[in-house]
Design a protein around this ligand. Structure first.
Ligand code: OAD
Length: 233
């Protein structure tokens, strides 16, 4: 049976594709207040502003491509059972050919009914507007987990981590819970790496191996070592 490797990814894995992270300098949260665009209260107060914020994120997806980090995960699939659990709402994992991708914080290209949360649609194009409705006539909203909302895929993600033979954390500042705590569900003997050019500024247990480098360079190197059997799981 193939060994299971779980990738826990965040905004940093898409940074080299040209998508801004959230908390780096000039990141999205430096230029927008979370409470204006990413909470249920913001949606009630000013839905146009919220829609505009996500419309721009969606439009940007048309201009970017997956990078070497995303493609390295596709390579890893040739020998391992790979599960991606991502905090990202972009579709770059899928576009690179990553097969098993679980989105913890939703997906930009999907929208859902404000009345029926399980009524989820693929959006045609990049723009969602006031007046765009679900089949039952209710306003559609971005299919995004906002601050203060439940993370529906959390327990299935925790189960996936607990069944892993190795975990690779890549491009997340480990600031947002519950996503940041997922690696803690790994078995005690499960090797865990963290890839981040600022890994030495982040907080995690000493048992985790830090690789202080960008995802596009470090992940292909780590994948190469795993594929060649230089690292045995
Ligand atoms: P952050 O912006 O908090 O963290 C991005 C991390 O990526 C930082 O630690 C950077 O050092 C690192 N990074 C930057 N460039 C990199 C590169 N080329 N290679 C590897 N790492 C790099 O983003 P997340 O941790 O993903 O949630 O943020 C988590 C959640 O906060 C997001 O999903 C979003 C946000 O609010 C919601 O909107 C619900």
């Amino acid at each position: 049976m193939k060994k299971r490797i779980t990738i826990l990814s965040g905004a940093g894995i898409s940074a080299e594709s040209g998508i801004s992270t959230f908390r780096d300098s000039d990141g999205l949260w430096e230029n927008h207040r979370i409470e204006d665009v990413a909470t249920p209260e913001a949606w009630h107060r000013n839905p146009e502003l919220v829609l505009q914020f996500y419309n721009l994120r969606r439009k940007q997806l048309l201009e970017v491509e997956p990078n070497d980090a995303h493609f390295a995960i596709t390579e890893l699939q040739t020998k391992f059972d790979v599960q991606v659990i991502t905090q990202n709402v972009d579709d770059l994992h899928e576009r690179a050919g990553n097969e098993n991708v679980l989105h913890l914080h939703g997906e930009l290209k999907k929208v859902r009914s404000t009345a029926y949360p399980f009524d989820v649609y693929d959006l045609d194009g990049w723009e969602l507007l006031i007046g765009d409705t679900c089949d039952s006539g209710h306003q559609l909203r971005p299919h995004i987990v906002w601050f203060g909302e439940e993370v529906p895929n959390l327990s299935v993600a925790a189960q996936m981590v607990s069944e892993s033979d190795a975990v690779i954390i890549v491009g997340t500042s480990l600031n947002v819970y519950p996503a940041a705590s997922l690696y803690q569900f790994a078995k005690t003997d499960c090797p865990i790496w963290i890839i981040d050019p600022k890994a030495n500024e982040l907080s995690y247990p000493e048992s985790i191996t830090a690789i202080n480098d960008k995802a596009g360079a470090a992940l292909p190197r780590l994948v190469d070592s795993l594929l060649k059997g230089e690292i045995i799981l």
